[in-house]
Ligand binder design. Structure first.
Ligand SMILES: *[C@@H]1O[C@H](CO)[C@@H](O)[C@H](O)[C@H]1NC(C)=O
Ligand SMILES: *[C@@H]1O[C@H](CO)[C@@H](O)[C@H](O)[C@H]1NC(C)=O
Ligand SMILES: *[C@@H]1O[C@H](CO)[C@@H](O)[C@H](O)[C@H]1NC(C)=O
Ligand SMILES: *[C@@H]1O[C@H](CO)[C@@H](O)[C@H](O)[C@H]1NC(C)=O
Ligand SMILES: *[C@@H]1O[C@H](CO)[C@@H](O)[C@H](O)[C@H]1NC(C)=O
Length: 631
């Protein structure tokens, strides 16, 4: 199904007009975008919800869902069009409710659809057991019920639910402490509503943002333990814009790396990066091929994320992929903080330790062939483009290809999900003399450029996080183990191909204090990895409520970081014994209530990079230039 591309175009009219002026058209290409056919007739002249778009199943799926915009006042419920043959044919399905979010696929079996809907219809004669029905007006009074037999029977597992969601291995609910009427709740919202947002999570832990009270646009990131019950402070003054956007980014090309932006007391936005899953955050190093200028004291790289994207500063988000080990491409500002000057494009080949400016000005970019090929097109709303830039050495040198005789206004790049492909489509439009707009897509197949398949000699061994650790014993150790990858040499011009899998070797590290969090009632002294007992906890039994049972923790102050795989070395004793039954507010409740601990003191390490002398910079530039010309 990789060759199939579906395009949905919608023409909307401002609200207040009748629905007649709206139209949706659906186009399908079965040949990687070389030709498109209008298949709008499959939608029976219905209007598809613009904000819901096209939903496709997980992986290289053949499942497609389109959601029709049905006015809530009309009809018995929503309507979807569903295809199981990659858009060759669609079936119209009447729903007994109006979906209020795009329909999604069940995480373990994509044969099941998951929906949140409003105003459940009484008259629909569809078997409702298949749907999880929930009434948005009764938030705060809802029951969370679980079925393990596909809806035959349910057990109630929590009450007074306001909302719920899944992330990684965790299920969350927000619970109203006191049952309040909607009017009262709205009032709380106006004055001192403090919101929580789960930023990201996996099987081991989650990152949670807890907003500061008031409209401050910042809050604190906490990281959870492996049960999602106890939280440690990770980062203060974390930017979270009024639009509900944060710049928190999981760098998926290197384990443990996350970056985000903080809103400093002086009102400036600065980028921080963590290489150990939120344990420590630091400013980004200055790229090695740029200078800040004389009067700028702090010279660091700052990355534009989602927040800059909604503000229109950066056309695309930072990009990384597990198949392109260590590679990151992103828009950034150089200097003391993020500025509104149009950003340049920067790359890192080692997961964010070192950076290089690779392109001047804003671009749309894509990673192809598992990192073997980078493609970029300049993004300027006011300028026509006709060239695409590409690089086979992670952005050290770029080549240019003129892809059209009639330049276009760029809309964006599109390729199949993931980075395995060598085909990229450039989307744009031209305006003709009669002000008619014509959409254009140019598909480039780079297989004609990278004709040779990579061989063993084209790869080299690379120790991830090799900047981490002071001696050979701890070098590259993150969360208790180090990883060595086989990576494509930058000088190799060949293709990884579709069947490429990242070769990886893993070895355990000896445990050190860094592999532990401070336990309940302990904290880390500034500049030290030792956990010290908090005065107000001294000689007190440490009781925590886990699984509705009271537990006493016998500890020497350390607990292993969730997911840390270190062996031997520093192993302080710790055990947990049950001392009582039934604690927590929700009695006999399998869910656990959450408590926050701020025992970990985070030291934000400001990495000062010594200024490189002009002479050395010049020599480096000459050396690089020769390298580029020779290739
Ligand atoms: C998903 O559910 C369908 C319908 O119950 C079943 O036929 C199919 O085997 C399931 N697939 C998997 C992978 O469990
Ligand atoms: C970050 O991305 C990696 C790679 O896709 C994934 O394995 C990991 O679970 C993600 N981390 C979190 C906290 O979601
Ligand atoms: C690309 O080709 C077109 C037509 O041949 C030409 O008008 C245009 O200037 C070229 N662009 C560049 C950047 O070379
Ligand atoms: C690129 O597209 C062509 C068809 O135009 C297809 O034959 C080829 O397999 C595609 N290459 C990749 C790597 O997807
Ligand atoms: C921690 O280290 C920083 C920088 O070296 C220093 O300025 C600060 O005083 C130290 N703090 C303590 C409590 O030793």
């Amino acid at each position: 199904w990789l060759q199939v591309i579906l395009v949905l175009s919608t023409v909307n009219v401002p609200s207040g007009f009748n629905f007649e002026g709206r139209s949706s058209r659906l186009y399908r290409s079965g040949d990687y975008g070389k030709t498109f056919h209008d298949i709008s007739s499959v939608m029976n002249n219905r209007f598809v919800k613009q904000e819901f778009g096209i939903v496709t199943g997980p992986g290289n799926s053949h499942q497609v869902i389109l959601t029709v915009d049905v006015p809530v006042s009309e009809e018995n419920g929503g309507v979807i069009f569903s295809s199981v043959d990659a858009g060759m044919s669609f079936k119209e399905v009447q729903l007994p409710f109006h979906p209020s979010q795009p329909i999604s696929f069940h995480f373990s079996n994509a044969s099941y659809l998951v929906a949140i809907g409003t105003d459940v219809s009484e008259t629909a004669n569809i078997n409702c057991k298949r749907f999880s029905l929930f009434d948005a007006d009764r938030r705060g009074e809802l029951l969370l019920r679980r079925s393990q037999d596909l809806g035959e029977t349910f057990t109630t597992i929590a009450q007074r639910i306001f909302s719920f969601g899944y992330i990684g291995g965790f299920l969350f609910t927000s619970v109203m402490e006191k049952l309040v009427r909607l009017e009262t709740w709205l009032c709380i919202h106006c004055f001192h509503f403090q919101f929580y947002s789960v930023l990201d999570g996996d099987e081991d832990m989650i990152f949670m943002h807890v907003d500061d009270p008031g409209d401050t646009n910042f809050g604190t990131i906490y990281t959870s333990d492996d049960r999602g019950v106890v939280y440690s402070k990770s980062l203060e003054r974390h930017l979270f814009g009024a639009e509900g956007k944060s710049d928190f980014t999981n760098i998926t090309s290197l384990r443990g790396v996350y970056l985000t932006n903080v809103l400093e007391k002086d009102g400036r936005i600065r980028t921080v990066i963590s290489f150990d899953r939120g344990g420590e955050w630091r400013l980004l190093n200055k790229p090695n091929n740029t200078e800040c200028g004389h009067n700028i004291k702090k010279c660091n790289l700052h990355i534009h994320g989602e927040y800059s994207h909604v503000k229109g500063l950066a056309p695309v988000l930072p990009l990384s992929d597990p198949s392109a080990v260590g590679l990151i491409i992103a828009h950034g500002s150089l200097g003391d903080s993020i500025t509104s000057v149009p950003p340049d494009v920067y790359v890192s080949s080692d997961g964010g330790y070192t950076w290089t400016r690779t392109l001047r000005g804003s671009h749309h970019y894509a990673i192809l062939d598992s990192g073997g090929l980078l493609v970029a097109v300049e993004a300027r709303g006011d300028r026509l483009v006709s060239v695409v830039k590409f690089s086979t050495d992670e952005g050290q040198c770029w080549k240019i290809y003129n892809f059209t005789e009639q330049p276009i206004f760029l809309a964006g790049l599109a390729s199949e999900p993931g980075t395995k492909t060598l085909n990229i489509s450039i989307w744009g439009y031209r305006t003709e003399e009669n002000f008619k707009t014509t959409w254009v897509t140019v598909t480039i197949d780079f297989e004609h450029l990278l004709t040779r398949e990579c061989e063993d000699e084209d790869y080299e061994e690379w120790l991830a996080h090799s900047d981490m650790g002071l001696d050979s014993e701890t070098r590259g150790c993150i969360l208790g183990y180090r990883e060595t990858f086989k990576r494509l040499k930058k000088l190799s011009v060949c293709r990884n191909g579709r069947n490429y899998v990242v070769a990886r070797e893993e070895s355990p590290c000896l445990c050190t204090r860094e592999d532990y969090l401070c336990d309940y009632g302990y904290y880390r002294h500034e500049n030290s990895s030792e956990c010290v007992e908090q005065l107000d906890f001294r000689d007190q039994a440490l009781d925590v409520c886990l699984n509705g049972e009271e537990n006493e923790i016998v500890t020497s102050g350390y607990r292993k970081i969730p997911g840390d795989r270190c062996k031997g070395g520093f192993t302080p004793p710790r055990r947990m014994k049950t001392v009582g039954k039934h604690c927590g507010k929700l009695k006999a409740d399998p869910l656990e209530s959450v408590s926050f601990f701020s025992s970990t003191v985070i030291v934000l390490a400001v990495v000062c990079v010594a200024a490189v002398t002009v002479l050395i910079t010049a020599m480096l530039l000459i050396a690089k230039k020769m390298l580029c010309t020779r290739r």
